[in-house]
Every structure is written in structure tokens, then in C-alpha cells.
Ligand binder design. Structure first.
Ligand code: NCD
Length: 342
């Protein structure tokens, strides 16, 4: 007699509770991170963010004091990146290791079966058999949702979805802003660069929309403003968006300046990106002319000329200081909450 074997029967670890039952994709966090895919900031409420940030503070203590932690002992997290990365890949890897977990690190998919033509879905199903969570970056917008749909059991975390979104970057940006101002409402922010393609800009807009009374100025070359579709989508949220194309329209009262490079790899013709590269450079002079005293300057990095090196020494520059370390702490907090180890 042949037994109708289901996938569940095939993996005894499921019965032993090794895997968590996977919830629906793109589910609101609603105070409970366990087993959920982290796909975009619209899953989060102020309560969810406060749970995450409270936990991030604990993670900071572990990181700063090099305190041994075994919070993720026994957990394996796969990092699979179909696109270059330094900070996101490094900080997720460091986050798992800080907490005593282990990683499978795929930084170069050309060395995997992807090079033989394996589909994204199959690759995800293979790796989910080896681990408890998958962190993934992909150059094509929509691929992270596809990966989340493909994974049967383990949560999938978006580490950059083409020109779409980059939620964990926005979470660390919000944390950095919160550390400075002790609030995430009533913030005036200036986002500058390639607003059309910059997923970090998109996710930060979503993130600041979670709180009331925020205003975002979007400074970009006209050709690189938000797509009308995105503008309509984000404007529906709780946020005032003001598009500007000239430095003289920068408000003098902004709390946050957030610069991001022109996203060269998103252009059909990368040579076209050259035209915009030097259009808006953050210099000491611009800071003197339009920056407020209590400003924080952020950039998700890499920097490719959009912020002058002379700005680095300015006490308002957060990009090579707190912003990077906060990335690791926020990711430590997020992983331990999603893996139900917080
Ligand atoms: C950003 C990204 O990948 O979108 N980098 C990062 O994750 N820190 C920004 C960028 O590449 O410009």
C-alpha cells in the first residue's frame, strides 16, 4: 500500500516543532513578529516599531560590550544576495553571529545552481530546508514577494527588492532618527538623489508615514522624481510629500537630510546616470546655507560622490557613525523577534 506522503511527512523536524508554521505573506506584524515575512514597512504599526526598538536597545548592549549571547544558538540563517552588498550583507551576518547563530552565506549566486538556470523558487525551497530564516536581496522588483511565496516554512526577510523597497534599511534609519530626536512624528525630512529608483528612499517614505505630522521634501533631478504610480501610492498614506528640483527650495528647518547615490545599475543605459551624478552634492557650503543646527545627515551608503568628504567631520554627519552600527542592532532585534527568541 502506498502512502500519500506530504511534504510535512518527509521532514520529521516539522513534528518536533523545529519549524514554525509559516503565516501568510505580507501579514501585518500586529505585535507578533514570530515566523512572519518582513517584506515592507506597511506591515508595521507604531506599536510594532516600539517593540522592535525596545529590543534593539538590548541588542546594543550585547554589541557594545561584546557580551556573549546565545539567543540564536542552534539557528541557521541563509543570506542569499543576487546583488552586490557590503553593509546589509555584513550586518545581517554579524547580527546572527553576535547572537550565537550561524549563517549560510551566498554572496555570489553565479557560484550556485542559479548559474545552471535554477529558478528563484527552487533555490528558495532548497535553502529553506537548511535554515530557519532566509534574508534575500534581488535586482528585480517583486522577486522578494516571489521568494516569500515560494518558502513553505521559513520567514523571508527583504534585504533589497530591486528599485522597490528596502525595509530593514528604513527600520535602522528610523531608529537612528529616533535616537537623535526621541520621536518619529512631526519630523521634516529632505530626501535627495535618485528618488525614482532609490529603494531606501521609498522605504523611508513608508516608514515615516507610520507616524503623524511628518513632511518629506524630495529633491531630485526632474527626470528622477518618484514615478506617478509611487507618488500616488505614498501620498495616500499619512505623509506630506513635496517634490523639489532646486537646492534653493530646501527648507531651512529640516531635521533629517538623507542623501543617496544615483542608482546607476537601474538605468537602461548606465551612461545616462552620469548626467545626474554631480547634480546635488552635499557640501559644507550647502550645509551652511540651508542646514539647521540640530540636523542629522544620513546616507545608506555606498557613497559615490554625493556627499563631499569634508562633511564627514561635521558633528551632524551620522552616516559613517551611528547609522551603520544601528543597522546591526536593529537586524539583531528583528531576527530574534522573527525567530521567536527575543
Ligand atoms: C542601499 C541599497 O542597497 O539600496 N545600500 C544599502 O543597503 N546600505 C543604497 C544604495 O545602494 O545606494
Amino acid at each position: 500500500m502506498t502512502k500519500n506522503i506530504s511534504l510535512i511527512d518527509l521532514d520529521p523536524r516539522i513534528d518536533s516543532g523545529f519549524f514554525m508554521a509559516k503565516k501568510d505573506n505580507k501579514e501585518a506584524i500586529n505585535g507578533d513578529f514570530k515566523g512572519k515575512d518582513i517584506l515592507s514597512l506597511d506591515q508595521f504599526s507604531p506599536l510594532d516599531i516600539s517593540i522592535l526598538f525596545k529590543h534593539t536597545k538590548r541588542m546594543r548592549t550585547i554589541g557594545v560590550n561584546a557580551k556573549p549571547s546565545d539567543l540564536l544558538k542552534g539557528n541557521i540563517v541563509t543570506l542569499i544576495f543576487y546583488e552586490p552588498s557590503s553593509r546589509t550583507f555584513g550586518s545581517f551576518g554579524a547580527a546572527v553571529k553576535q547572537l550565537g547563530g550561524q549563517t549560510i552565506e551566498v554572496h555570489d549566486v553565479s557560484a550556485t545552481s542559479v548559474a545552471k538556470g535554477e529558478s528563484l523558487e527552487d533555490t528558495i525551497r532548497v535553502f529553506e530546508a537548511y535554515c530557519d530564516a532566509i534574508v534575500i536581496r534581488h535586482p528585480i522588483k517583486g522577486s522578494i514577494q516571489k521568494a516569500a511565496d515560494a518558502a513553505f516554512f521559513v520567514p523571508v526577510i527583504n534585504a533589497g527588492d530591486g528599485a522597490g523597497s528596502h525595509p530593514t534599511q528604513a527600520l535602522l534609519d528610523l531608529y537612528t532618527i529616533y535616537e537623535k530626536f526621541h520621536r518619529l512624528d512631526s519630523i521634516t525630512a529632505l530626501l535627495c538623489g535618485d528618488v525614482l529608483h532609490s529603494r531606501t528612499h521609498h522605504s523611508l517614505i513608508e516608514g515615516l508615514s507610520i507616524y503623524p505630522n511628518n513632511t518629506i521634501y524630495l529633491l531630485s533631478p526632474k527626470k528622477l522624481k518618484l514615478s506617478r504610480e509611487d507618488f500616488a501610492k505614498y501620498s495616500k498614506n499619512n505623509i506630506k510629500l513635496i517634490e523639489i528640483h532646486d537646492e534653493k527650495d530646501i527648507p531651512e528647518n529640516a531635521d533629517v537630510w538623507y542623501w543617496n547615490r544615483i542608482q546607476r545599475e537601474r538605468f537602461e543605459n548606465p551612461k545616462e546616470a552620469e548626467k545626474y551624478k554631480d547634480k546635488f552634492i552635499l557640501t559644507q557650503q550647502l550645509l551652511q546655507e540651508r542646514g539647521s543646527e540640530n540636523l542629522i545627515i544620513l546616507d545608506p551608503l555606498p557613497r559615490v560622490g554625493e556627499i563631499d568628504l569634508n562633511v564627514d567631520a561635521d558633528p551632524r554627519a551620522g552616516y559613517l557613525r551611528t547609522q551603520i552600527r544601528n543597522g546591526m542592532y536593529v537586524r539583531m532585534a528583528l531576527l530574534s523577534l522573527v525567530l521567536d527568541k527575543a
